[in-house]
Design a protein around this ligand. Structure first.
Ligand SMILES: NC(=O)c1ccc[n+]([C@@H]2O[C@H](COP(=O)([O-])OP(=O)(O)OC[C@H]3O[C@@H](n4cnc5c(N)ncnc54)[C@H](OP(=O)(O)O)[C@@H]3O)[C@@H](O)[C@H]2O)c1
Length: 258
């Protein structure tokens, strides 16, 4: 299926690895030019080079933090000068504070502040700077990566749930305000997507991994491709009548009718 986005330009935030990198590749495979944004300049540059080599599109690495006002100002300036703005913005973020804890044990202001900034404020800062630019183009796709936790809170994930619910609410407001400008705004809510282990993040024992697989009717974890495919579809022409929605990519883990 031709998704109708060949030649468009996308920003993917938090794209120096993991899901962000994979989302950038998936969009590039549809002929979309890419702007990559994260703090690790070397990793970003390497990904930009691999995207250009594999997909024959333009890929630009812009180093910066979603939490820094000057970095985000610079990002928006570069997007304007290099691409005359972007058509598609995928708001991926870093992970919430580690280790995860029971809600009653989440008493440290530093962790709440870190979670607010990394999960909610960074996203709002980038989107609010980018959206006016997108509105002048008369077409756009804004897609935030949240978590299935916003529909069914998972144990020990309150730092994520509280602020990703905030992202969901923000995106719903934005969807209502920018729809007549040709812009759709949606969230993708993953859970249980296979992720390579990273130092400092939770590593699951074989027993824990087996227990996690049983959380879905499908009896398995999801693949990165199953996540990136949904993001790419929401960026497509065909998804033009979907806005203000949260699309779960959780293998059916969230057990509700809607
Ligand atoms: N796997 C799942 O099932 C699942 C479920 C629910 C939610 N999620 C969420 O999906 C997101 C992606 O997960 P992942 O496994 O791909 O994470 P990851 O491998 O840890 O990658 C996180 C990315 O965020 C970037 N980043 C962190 N802080 C940043 C900042 N201030 N400004 C710009 N970029 C920043 C990092 O790059 P730099 O260090 O270079 O900045 C890195 O590229 C996370 O928020 C995760 O919680 C995943």
């Amino acid at each position: 299926m031709d998704l109708g986005i060949r030649g468009k330009t996308a920003l993917v935030t938090a794209s120096s690895g993991g899901m962000g990198r994979n989302i950038a590749h998936a969009l590039a495979a549809e002929g979309v030019n890419l702007a990559l944004f994260a703090r690790s300049a070397d990793k970003l540059q390497a990904i930009a080079q691999e995207i250009e080599a594999q997909h024959g599109v333009r890929a630009l690495a812009i180093r910066g933090s979603m939490l820094s006002r000057s970095d985000v100002d610079n990002l928006v300036r570069r997007l304007q000068t290099e691409f005359s703005g972007v058509d598609i913005a995928v708001l991926n973020t870093g992970r919430p504070p580690n280790p995860i804890r029971a809600t009653v044990e989440e008493t440290e202001e530093e962790r709440w502040t870190e979670a607010y900034q990394s999960q909610l404020w960074g996203t709002i800062q980038v989107v609010s700077q980018l959206t006016p630019q997108m509105m002048t183009r008369g077409w756009g796709r804004i897609i935030a990566v949240t978590s299935a936790s916003v529909k069914a809170p998972m144990p020990h994930h309150s730092l994520s749930t509280v602020f990703r619910a905030g992202v969901t609410a923000y995106m719903k407001h934005l969807a209502n305000e920018v729809g007549t400008k040709g812009i759709t705004v949606n969230c993708v809510a993953p859970a249980l997507i296979e992720t390579p282990h990273r130092a400092g993040s939770a590593a699951y024992t074989p027993e824990q991994a087996a227990a996690r697989k049983k959380l879905t009717p499908l009896g398995r974890m999801g693949t990165q491709q199953e996540l990136t495919g949904v993001v790419t579809f929401l960026a497509s022409m065909q998804a033009g009548f979907i806005t203000g929605a949260t699309v779960p990519v959780d293998g059916g883990m969230v057990s509700s009718l809607f």
